[in-house]
Structure formats: structure tokens, C-alpha cells
Design a protein around this ligand. Structure first.
Ligand code: F6R
Length: 239
């Protein structure tokens, strides 16, 4: 595992975009499969990727994306959907073929079969080449929350009160935060060939310390990354 510390969020974001761009460029003729998160942390990286695309330094026309998660149920045009977030912050501003964008469907009638077909689509794409993730203050990855057990594949997750509280800042009230989400499982994430984790902000200090101790426990889903052999962590959290 490679861990790199940055003095500023801006520098960390530039480096994250550089890593993503270099991986995409290293596979120019084939379809590159990129896993993506939402949240505050990747915004700087997305801004840098848009910049690179606009200036002709990076081509997204052969990139396929799979988002980590989505609230359920939620309409695509809901201001808080991850669907809208991704179009507002990345997809709407780059030359990606929209047919190559995959986000768990918050509008699906049957959430269970949506999860199954999402997992199947990842497999059919040839697997994720690079999975970018953030980390929650409680160690969650996607909506894989600390629990007695974790699920391997894409599944329906019931949001904990802690996560609803953390996410209510984006909604008018905590009651409006959806109860569930569709999320890749830890197995879907760990099957990616490479993983890039971004850790930003003071609220991540404690969990990042715990992560660095290296103990693996379902009470800290991020700890499972220690089982993967190609993880890069970029952090602006000084500890
Ligand atoms: C986002 C996601 C979440 C976030 C995590 C950190 O798709 O699945 O696990 O990565 O909650 O969020 P921020 O970056 O807002 O601190």
C-alpha cells in the first residue's frame, strides 16, 4: 500500500487527477473501466479531470464508469441524487459517451434485481481497472457501514442513523434523507485491479489513524483495503 500525504486539499486533488489520467492514458485503445465516488472529497479531483479533458490532455471517449452507490429510492433529477451529482460535477463537462456511464438506479422498481444486474454489468465490462473511493468518518466505504458482517456484492443497504445525520446537511431535513441505498459491496470494490482512496478533512483524523494501524474488522469497512495488493492512499490529514 502506498500512502502519500499532501499539505493541501488542492495538491491532493491534482495528484488524484494525475493518477486517474495516467491510468486512462496507459490503456488508450481499450475500454478503461473507472469506479467513482460522490461526496465532498472527490470534487477537486473532478475539477482537475474536467480541466484536463477541456485542454485536450485527457480523452474520456473510451472510458466506462461505474459509480459506487446511490440513494434508494430517489429520482434522477432529485437535487441530492448521486446521478445528478455526477452529471453536475463531472459527466456533464467531459467527452464521455453517456451510454458508458453506470450508476445504480435509484428509480429501479425492483431494487434487488437492479443490484444483481449492476454486479453483472461490472463483470461483463471486464472488471474495474481503477476504483476511486472516499472514506466516511466511521470507516464506511460506499454505503458499507460498520456492522457485524459485510456483504460482498452490490446490495441494498439500510442507512444508519449516523450516516443519515452526516448526510442531512444536503437535504432540508433528516426525514428527507432516503432510508436505503444501493451500494457496491466490499467484494465488488476489492475486485478492482487498482484502488485509489482519498482521505480529506479533520473529521477523518481518527478513522485514518485506525486505518493505518492495519487491523481488519467489519467495524471498520475501510480496513478491508489492507487485503488488496494495489492500493494508493492520498491524504491531506496530518496525523
Ligand atoms: C460516496 C460514498 C461515501 C463517501 C464518504 C466520504 O459515493 O460512497 O462513502 O465516500 O461518505 O464522503 P465525503 O467525501 O463527503 O467526506
Amino acid at each position: 500500500m502506498e500512502i502519500k500525504y499532501f499539505e493541501s486539499y488542492e495538491k491532493m486533488s491534482e495528484q488524484a487527477a494525475e493518477i486517474v489520467a495516467n491510468e486512462i492514458k496507459a490503456k488508450p485503445t481499450k475500454n478503461f473501466v473507472l469506479g467513482l465516488p460522490t461526496g465532498s472529497t472527490p470534487l477537486g479531483m473532478y475539477a482537475n479531470l474536467i480541466e484536463k479533458n477541456k485542454s485536450g490532455l485527457l480523452d474520456f471517449s473510451k472510458v466506462t464508469t461505474f459509480n459506487l452507490d446511490e440513494y434508494y429510492p430517489i429520482k434522477h433529477d432529485n437535487s441530492q441524487s448521486y446521478y445528478k451529482f455526477m452529471f453536475d460535477n463531472l459527466f456533464g463537462s467531459i467527452n464521455i459517451n453517456h451510454e458508458n456511464i453506470n450508476i445504480p438506479d435509484g428509480e429501479a422498481v425492483d431494487a434487488g434485481s437492479e443490484c444483481e444486474s449492476y454486479e453483472e454489468k461490472i463483470k461483463k465490462s471486464g472488471g474495474i481497472d481503477l476504483m476511486v473511493i472516499g472514506i466516511g468518518p466511521n470507516g464506511h466505504i460506499g454505503f458499507n457501514e460498520p456492522d457485524n458482517f459485510l456483504l460482498p456484492d452490490t446490495h441494498i443497504a439500510v442507512l444508519t442513523e449516523e450516516t443519515k445525520e452526516a448526510n442531512k446537511r444536503f437535504f432540508d431535513s433528516v426525514e428527507q434523507v432516503p432510508d436505503k441505498a444501493l451500494t457496491m459491496g466490499m467484494g465488488s470494490i476489492l475486485k478492482a485491479k487498482k484502488i485509489l482512496m482519498l482521505v480529506s478533512g479533520k473529521s477523518k483524523t481518527e478513522i485514518f489513524k485506525k486505518f493505518l494501524q492495519g487491523e481488519i474488522s467489519t467495524s471498520n469497512p475501510s480496513s478491508f483495503l489492507h487485503l488488496h495488493n494495489d492500493v494508493t492512499v492520498l491524504s491531506d490529514v496530518g496525523i
